[in-house]
Ligand binder design. Structure first.
Ligand SMILES: [Mn+2]
Length: 316
């Protein structure tokens, strides 16, 4: 059961020391929602900090206040009145141990289908295009007028999670919200350039290599490709250059789903996408301890996988 925006408002107002937490390998949506909460709570005179397991990708450095985020676990040596999780389907998706927040007041705001309502106070809307869309609706509900800085954060999150309004999660409401955000004076094409059109030549060459590896599992009618740890050194690119490639693979017609595997020494991380309405990847990935959205989900397994006969095979 969801709490109300009024209850969330009251919880924030009566908390003084607040820690905002986003998911691992942060994207536009978790950053946009965390940063806009940070700016809002600072305006209220709160003591606020922001924690992520991993640093933000460099192409998102345009986002306001992004230099204030921390990846220092020492933040948890202190106690806070409130721990706010934004865009985190589960605690494990932050890479934090559940112990860290045991017995604490937790606010959970999210749109992942796999969210388990792990908060003390929860607001999960799986129909929202993004957590940023929920945050916008929250600000509207409490009568807070967003400024340009917050609008930049929220629009980046919406553009990121909808890949520029093309995912099935894009509703008329989503575009209406984007339109309201643009009215603050921000430029959608500038944000779009940062979020989507951000590739280097070496980065695109690596995209080409991964596209050339594409295989189809004809039994399951699934297209897949993979990324190796050594690819980044071989092509002299940062890992964040491949952000968005799993969504790009989802352009393939006539397959049930696509998978992009990241193979490391003893580990495989899978990013799944589908365009089909009758497939629930969140449930499927849940079978392997992962989760996400119906049409975009992932999981990680401790498994050694190697290249074999032009495809992938489990080693041993
Ligand atoms: Mn999201």
């Amino acid at each position: 059961m969801n709490n109300t925006f009024t209850e969330i408002d009251q919880l924030l107002l009566r908390s003084q020391r607040i820690l905002l937490i986003g998911h691992q390998r942060p994207d536009e949506d978790t950053l946009g929602s965390v940063l806009s909460f940070y700016i809002y709570l600072k305006l209220l005179g709160k003591e606020v900090k922001m924690y992520f397991n991993d640093p933000a990708p460099s192409y998102l450095f345009f986002m306001p206040e992004i230099d204030q985020i921390s990846t220092d676990q020492q933040l948890f040596a202190e106690r806070y009145d409130l721990y706010v999780f934004l865009d985190c389907g589960s605690i494990s998706n932050t890479r934090l141990s559940e112990v860290v927040i045991q017995g604490q007041t937790v606010l959970n705001i999210d749109h992942h289908a796999s969210n388990t309502n792990y908060g003390t106070v929860n607001y999960v809307n799986t129909k929202a295009s993004s957590t940023c869309e929920i945050v916008y609706n929250f600000f509207m509900a409490i009568g807070f007028k967003v400024d340009k800085k917050i609008a930049t954060c929220l629009l980046a999150g919406i553009l990121g999670d909808t890949s520029g309004f093309i995912h099935s999660t894009t509703q008329a409401e989503t575009i209406k919200i984007a339109s309201e955000l643009i009215k603050t004076g921000i430029k959608i094409h500038q944000i779009f350039n940062f979020v989507v059109r951000n590739k280097t030549i070496d980065g695109l060459r690596l995209w080409g290599e991964i596209l050339s590896r594409l295989r189809v599992n004809t039994e399951l009618n699934i297209a897949y490709s993979w990324i190796k740890d050594t690819d980044f050194a071989d092509f002299r690119v940062q890992e964040d250059e491949l952000d968005g490639i799993a969504n790009f693979l989802n352009a393939i017609v006539d397959v049930n789903a696509t998978a992009l595997f990241r193979i490391s020494d003893q580990r495989i991380k899978a990013s799944w996408r589908t365009k089909r309405d009758d497939i629930d990847l969140s449930k499927f990935c849940g079978l392997f301890g992962g989760g996400g959205h119906k049409k975009a989900s992932g999981f990680t397994l401790d498994l050694k996988v190697v290249e074999q006969d032009g495809g992938l095979a489990v080693a041993g």
